[in-house]
Design a protein around this ligand. Structure first.
Ligand code: ADP
Ligand code: MG
Length: 241
């Protein structure tokens, strides 16, 4: 089998405690791998450490033990291998839809201006927002804002996309539409994805592999393949549309 895009071995993460001098261990020896081109979903109760693991993979949270490699490189700080999508779109209110998607590209290594524009337009079209390029975030709905968020993440074409409950704040119908949108995007750009949710239905629909986390200790306690997995693109186009 090809080398996995993400390899997390025996990860340990501690945070300073508010009540004692001893740090609190939040992640206690978590292991996971993400095969290239696949979507791995991490599910577990609130506070069990899902966001912490994702943040470590993104290089945004330091870890006390174990190792993380993404695309063969050890993660020890923010890096260009991944792009992150959070629950709240956090768009720049003074920038247009186009400006927001371009922003994600501007902060990356030297990409020519012309290519930034072309990639942003392509991503906007891919999430169904063609025609809204010049709108500002306050002029579009929450679901559309989250589409801009997706476009911004995928325009970067990072080998790995990390998503932390991106649809958690959306209404049920918008959420379903966005899930289909995401499946389409994932197959279009053949990105590898780690997706966090506490919605089991969402996990089974989106994931090739589902990892279950527990809070005490903060580790992965179970792993299973989604029954949709390999077939989900077909399932979507034939059954849901
Ligand atoms: P989840 O995403 O599964 O809800 P988190 O990863 O956000 O869980 O948090 C796991 C645990 O770590 C929680 O108990 C949370 O309070 C704690 N925690 C998260 N971030 C910090 C931080 N920066 N400082 C201290 N404690 C934190
Ligand atoms: Mg979280």
């Amino acid at each position: 089998m090809a080398d996995p895009i993400v390899r997390v071995d025996d990860l340990v993460v501690s945070f300073p405690s508010r009540t004692s001098k001893t740090p609190v261990e939040v992640i206690s020896g978590a292991d996971l791998t993400v095969e290239r081109g696949s979507c791995v979903v991490i599910i577990g109760p609130s506070g069990c450490g899902k966001s912490t693991i994702l943040s470590c993979i993104a290089g945004l949270t330091p870890y006390a033990g174990g190792s993380i490699t993404v695309d063969g490189d050890r993660v020890d700080g923010p890096d260009d291998h991944s792009s992150v999508v959070f629950q709240h779109a956090s768009l720049l209110p003074w920038r247009t839809v186009l400006g927001n998607v371009e922003f994600g590209l501007e902060s990356r290594r030297q990409i020519p201006k012309k290519e930034i524009r072309a990639r942003a337009m392509e991503a906007i079209e891919a999430v169904g927002l063609a025609g809204y390029e010049d709108h500002h975030p306050h002029q579009i709905s929450g679901g559309m804002q989250q589409r801009v968020n997706l476009a911004r993440a995928f325009a970067v074409r990072a080998p790995l996309t990390l998503m932390d409950e991106p649809f958690g704040a959306l209404d049920a119908l918008t959420k379903e539409l966005m899930q289909d949108e995401l499946i389409r995007l994932m197959s279009m750009v053949s990105s590898s994805t780690v997706f966090i949710t506490h919605d089991i239905r969402e996990a089974i629909y989106l994931g090739d592999k589902i990892l279950v986390m527990s809070a005490r200790p903060g580790t992965i306690i179970a792993e299973f393949d989604s029954p949709f997995g390999a077939d989900r693109t077909r399932a979507m186009t034939e059954d849901r549309r």
